[in-house]
Ligand binder design. Sequence first.
Ligand code: HEM
Length: 192
Amino acid sequence: MLRSRYLLWILLALPAALMLNGYWRETLVYGEVVHASGETAVRLLIVTMAATPLCLMFPGAPLPRWLLANRRYFGVASFAYALLHAVTYIERKGELDVIVDEAKEVGMATGWVATALMLLLAVTSNDASVRRLRRAWKSLHRWVYAAAVLTCLHWVLSAFDPTGAYIHFAVLALLEGYRIWKVRFAPARGNA
Ligand code: HEM
């Protein structure tokens, strides 16, 4: 398993570097960068949220444990890609009036609220915040579920073809469904 967190950060940043380089050199157009950054943000969000269900599904397996130990990096990276996605959009629109006007549509509003929630989660994804907020930290980080639902709506409502949204969020729904079943309803080991 990848032991160096610095190497993990480099790997997480690599797709962004390729997207920015492609946009700068005009080998990638606006729509491609918005698509790639948005989809990467969603995938990293799903990886972040998959850590707990996978640990429950495969107790003691090294990959889920590694994911759990590193999930804050995946979560922060997801926010960074959402930011890249939003900045690309803002740069393209160029005018505040247009951006504010479009933000009133449900498809865009859900994207903005999801980004705001992800910002809150990203800035508190560190040991100092865990210590300072204590029990409130857990409640705060439950907002990740709201961010995921809003992102799903945003994708379905704003993309030309929402098939990708249905596939990605079906995977997430299955994982979360398993987590809820396991924690609430599955008989504890030995009591079955
Ligand atoms: C400031 C907030 C946001 C803005 C302004 C924004 C803007 C947009 C726009 C304009 C599109 C449509 C692109 C097209 O023409 O097909 C889009 C699609 C998309 N957005 Fe966002 N978005 C925001 C937040 C987010 C967040 C937080 C995520 C993920 C965590 C996300 C993921 C996606 C995805 C996956 C698509 C579909 C891409 C495709 O299929 O081409 N967006 N967004």
